[in-house]
Design a protein around this ligand. Structure first.
Ligand code: F6P
Length: 453
């Protein structure tokens, strides 16, 4: 039994099943993992889903980490909930990604998947209800688990429940695209919480504008997650990263670098970023041969065709740009399409310019990480639709993410920014980025939850 419980789809560990039947443990990083380290593992339980065969086998064999409870949900129910609803419908809704011809389809198949989403949420609510001490604090994470607060409230009215949304929240007009009964159930689920947390006031206001919060007893709060400077620098200055940095330096030479790091996913706007780079090389030919774009693209949610084809398009457009402008001794875009955090950290250190141009993003921690580890200070080109914009706007070069020409021009301004100005801005960006590190972010929510109801 626990007095603090966290629930999220992806947990802090995962297991890989070897051909010889061995189970290899992989520990994840990220804000939540370091946030929860502020609480003793004896008092806490983290409930997460078994994501693949390795995780399911670990559950079957009773293998696990102390304080982590993995749920072995029926694979078909899980696929419907995670791929069919969370990453197809809710992700697109909250990031405003619906557009002709990518329109929502609310048919019988959708309704079947919605039932799976409800069942998958229910499995979490039951596991939490069974593991929580009287009056325990439960912190539920993200759009995968939007129904959990309402379901858990029915099972255990004694609990203090918070829900934190790591994505943006859809505007009321977007939210109204959902079938009415589904929208009402989604809001019912969320409003089961004592506190609803968002990264920015924009997303909190968006929620409040589309829901009837008054009289529900639910508080809407803003907790902008930041980065832990010490932990990040320790990671970024390991020997393995030094080696990758030496390799990248050898490839880049004395050219300037524009760095970006994203999961390959439509809201990140990687294609318009590449188009802006192409426009820079076209409109300002003086940059040809003098700059390299280092892009790290982590393939994400590849079970879904829309994410797979986006990943392919990113690689293809990078190749096109290289074919158009590349010379024997200069490759304009060095793109790495794999999950390689060591390479990303090396690129962070080398960055002259960081490009973060999502069409809509809950926070975007890359915008906060690069200023903290960049070696010579870097200019940040930042979308005004990223959550990080609220805190970083003054020292970033801000852009409309849909405007390719404006982004190209911002890249030029960033590349030509005088060094002292770049260094000053980077210092202020790093200070703002580390204002609310994960442990404090987590404890603030816990204190708010345990305070007077
Ligand atoms: O941005 C929302 C978010 O839940 C992040 O917190 C997380 O990095 C990502 O989406 C999860 O993606 P995945 O589908 O790979 O678990």
């Amino acid at each position: 039994m626990a007095s603090v419980l966290v629930a999220s789809n992806r947990g802090p560990v995962s297991y890989v099943l070897g051909e010889d039947g061995s189970l290899d443990t992989r520990r994840g990083g990220g804000g939540l993992v370091s946030g929860l380290s502020a609480v003793s593992s004896q008092d806490s339980v983290w409930v997460c889903a078994a994501l693949g065969e390795g995780d399911r086998e670990a559950v079957r064999r009773g293998v696990g980490e102390p304080g982590v409870r993995m749920l072995d949900i029926d694979p078909d129910v899980y696929a419907d909930a995670y791929n069919g609803i969370a990453n197809s419908v809710l992700w697109f809704l909250h990031h405003h990604l619906y557009d002709i011809p990518r329109e929502p389809v609310y048919d019988a198949e959708f309704r079947r998947r919605w039932e799976s989403y409800r069942a998958y949420n229910r499995a979490f609510a039951e596991a939490l209800a069974g593991a929580a001490d009287e009056g325990a604090a439960v912190l539920v994470q993200d759009y995968h688990l939007a129904l959990v607060p309402g379901q858990l409230r029915e099972l255990r009215p004694d609990l203090r429940i918070a829900h934190f949304t790591h994505t943006p929240w859809a505007s009321p007009e977007y939210l109204r695209m959902l079938p009415d009964a589904v929208r009402e159930e989604l809001l019912w689920g969320m409003l089961g919480a004592d506190e609803l947390g968002f990264h920015t006031s924009a997303w909190a206001e968006s929620f409040a504008a589309g829901a009837d919060v008054a009289g529900t007893g639910t508080r809407v709060a803003v907790h902008p997650l930041g980065v832990d400077a010490e932990e990040l620098r320790a990671l970024a200055y390991r020997p393995a990263v030094d080696e990758r940095l030496a390799e990248l330096r050898a490839e880049v030479g004395d050219r300037k670098t524009i760095v970006r790091v994203d999961r390959t996913e439509l809201s990140k706007n990687i294609l318009r970023g590449l188009l802006a780079y192409r426009e820079l090389l076209t409109a300002r030919p003086e940059w040809r041969g003098r700059v390299v774009h280092l892009a790290s693209a982590y393939p994400s949610r590849q079970d879904l065709e829309v994410y797979r084809s986006y990943t392919t398009s990113v690689a293809e457009l990078a190749e096109e740009i290289n074919a158009e402008f590349g010379t024997e001794d200069w490759t304009p875009v060095l793109v790495s399409v794999k999950d390689d955090f060591t390479r990303s950290l090396a690129a962070y250190r080398l960055a002259d310019v960081a490009l973060v141009n999502p069409v809509r993003d809950g926070m975007n921690l890359v915008a906060k990480e690069i200023p903290v580890v960049s070696e010579q200070g870097c200019a940040l080109v930042l979308s005004r639709e990223a959550g990080a914009y609220e805190e970083l706007r003054e020292d970033a070069l801000t852009v409309n993410p849909f405007d390719v020409s404006e982004t190209a021009e911002a890249l030029h301004t960033a590349l030509t920014m005088p060094h002292p100005e770049r260094a000053d801005r980077t210092k202020r960006l790093a200070t703002a980025s580390t204002a609310l590190p994960p442990q404090r972010w987590f404890l603030n929510q816990l204190e708010a939850l345990r305070g007077p109801a």
